[in-house]
Design a protein around this ligand. Structure first.
Ligand code: ADP
Length: 294
């Protein structure tokens, strides 16, 4: 199974002609309430890819928390590891988007920040991101015998303590730049490979760098594999990285090797850019296979 230790948020999204300046009030017509949080998004992606998926996280005891747990369960995700914390608020992202697609986001961590270290995971795949406390992830990564994947989003320097306990690190270009700044200023594939290798803490580890419309690259100590992105005309790329991670975890749980799983995860992520929002646009396995065979 795929075991996801991560954040559960509700996204409150408002579309505006123009974002407010400090001190300014602007009026909007409506808000949309969508399921979110990197952990929850990745869980939906893994489940739709066909994996038995278990979510481990925390929500508040109000309507938002109940709604998120229902949404996850509706995707056949095992929510028995989601704790409801009395007196806490469910994690909430307040998102404003202007007519050009530029955004401002405020994330209130709420219950996510109170998550306690779960028990070790000794089968299948363990997948986490950095919207929950590093202190809660450290023991589970250090003690689990599952395949351990860490998506270092958002990039936090204190998360480096986790790296030696990870089998596969997944990060995007921006996050790679935070951990290993580019000294040349060039951004070619060779440069990504050299910098990704600097993150390898053990010989048997791999680092995957996602490159948006340029695909993804898996880097090991002595070899690498690049896969091109599937060409699409994106509606919005929100959740593409989450989709990639969730799909990758599902494929590895089936026993596929990382290099073989890359093109399928990349096709899933391309499909995710064709729908609005994150969790709602995670594709099914059938849709991914269709795209790959078509
Ligand atoms: P993030 O969402 O974290 O910024 P990326 O932008 O690197 O991550 O996207 C993750 C993956 O999603 C990429 O590796 C690629 O497979 C897919 N993807 C993202 N943007 C596009 C795009 N414009 N066209 C096709 N695939 C895309």
């Amino acid at each position: 199974a795929v075991h996801i230790v991560g954040s559960i948020n509700i996204d409150i999204i408002t579309s505006l002609d123009r974002l407010p300046l400090p001190g300014e009030t602007v009026l909007a017509d409506a808000t949309a309430r969508l399921p979110g949080g990197k952990g929850a998004n990745q869980a939906v992606a893994a489940a739709r890819m066909g994996a038995q998926t278990r979510m481990i996280g925390a929500v508040g005891d109000g309507d938002a928390g109940r709604w998120m747990v229902q949404r996850l369960a509706a995707d056949d995700i095992d929510v028995s590891g989601v704790e409801t914390l009395a007196g806490e608020e469910t994690g909430t992202a307040y998102i404003a988007v202007d007519a050009e697609g530029e955004n401002q986001i405020i994330v209130v961590s709420g219950a996510n920040a109170r998550l306690k270290a779960p028990a070790p995971v000794n089968e299948g795949v363990l997948l986490s991101q950095l919207e929950v406390p590093v202190a809660a992830l450290l023991p589970v990564f250090a003690q689990s015998k599952a395949v351990r994947i860490l998506n270092t989003a958002p990039a936090l320097s204190e998360a480096k303590a986790l790296f030696e306990h990870v089998d596969i690190l997944v990060l995007n270009e921006h996050e790679l730049g935070v951990y290993v700044p580019s000294d040349s200023g060039t951004v070619d594939c060779e440069d990504y490979i050299v910098r990704a290798r600097r993150l390898l803490a053990r010989e048997d580890q791999a680092v995957v760098v996602t490159l948006g419309a340029n695909g993804a690259i898996a880097v090991r100590k002595d070899r690498h594999r690049h896969v091109a992105a599937v060409p699409v005309i994106p509606v919005d790329t929100i959740g593409a990285g989450d989709c990639f991670c969730g799909a990758l975890a599902a494929l590895l749980d089936e026993g596929r090797c990382l290099e073989d799983a890359l093109s399928c995860a990349s096709a899933a992520a391309a499909l995710c850019t064709l729908g609005q929002g994150a969790a709602p646009s995670m594709p099914t396995r059938a849709a991914v296979l269709d795209l790959l065979s078509g």
